[in-house]
Write a protein that binds this ligand. Structure first.
Ligand code: ADP
Length: 236
């Protein structure tokens, strides 16, 4: 369903070229839950941005549901992104002036759903994340963990096939992080494919597959083995 072949990304700034990603090869199937870890500056965000169609690669092929994304222009990429991908971020990115109902409504309005369909989806997804009784509350009236739950409801409202999460628990204390992770596991069990960048090795280990990125190279950790037995994706 998602396949990256020899994906590389470099940035050129003031004659300095940074190789953020080097020859990434990755195949994701329906229902995968993949965590991505690695040191700061290793290329994790760049990887997620390319996977999420927020950025294009410098070279390589990226196939999503049978379409070669690397051949699309900005407009084509944003169309695919809106159709297929939901995002959550460390900073939640909720709109402070809008109540929970209206926050979840934002992507639904953008996609042009009618009012009754929007209401149905908003109520369903706020209930799914345990916040159905708080629909008229503002984000500032919620805990961090609850705000991330709203962001998850918003990301799922348009029924994306992929959920991309960039440090979703980075701003949360450990018990809230655990409960957001459990929610992501439930969502994955219901069929949504998840790609999650995290600094938390304990949470990363709960994913079905683990990718470790270092200096722009990605390696897949084989289940039940330790770091020194990593399987080099670039060598597949
Ligand atoms: P991580 O998320 O693992 O901290 P990033 O993907 O943010 O790593 O960055 C990988 C490398 O690419 C770093 O050296 C970073 O400085 C560089 N980089 C990322 N984005 C840009 C950009 N827009 N312009 C120039 N260099 C960038």
């Amino acid at each position: 369903m998602l396949s990256m072949k020899h994906i590389s990304k470099s940035f050129a700034t003031d004659n300095v070229v940074t190789h953020a990603l080097r020859d990434i090869n990755l195949d994701l199937g329906e229902g995968d839950f993949v965590s991505v870890t690695g040191p700061s500056g290793s290329g994790k965000t760049t990887f997620l941005n390319i996977a999420g169609l927020l950025e294009s690669s410098t070279s390589g092929e990226y196939w999503l549901d049978g379409e070669d994304i690397s051949k699309l222009d900005d407009k084509g990429r944003s169309r695919m992104r809106n159709q297929k991908i939901g995002f959550i971020f460390q900073s939640f990115n909720l709109i402070p002036d809008l109540n929970l109902f209206d926050n979840v409504d934002v992507p639904l309005r953008y996609r042009g759903f009618n009012a009754s369909e929007r209401k149905k989806r908003i109520e369903y997804h706020l209930d799914q994340v345990g916040l159905a009784s708080r629909m008229k509350h503002l984000p500032s009236q919620l805990s961090g963990g609850q705000q991330q739950r709203v962001a998850i409801a918003r990301a799922l409202a348009t029924s994306p096939r992929f959920l991309l999460a960039d440090e979703p628990t980075g701003n949360l204390d450990s018990s809230m992080a655990q409960s957001v992770m459990s929610l992501l596991e439930d969502i994955n069990a219901n069929g949504t494919t998840i790609l999650m960048v995290t600094h938390d090795n304990g949470l990363a280990a709960r994913a079905k597959r683990q990718i470790f990125i270092k200096d722009g190279h990605a390696q897949e950790l084989v289940q039940g083995q330790h770091h020194h037995n990593i399987h080099n994706l670039a060598a597949v």
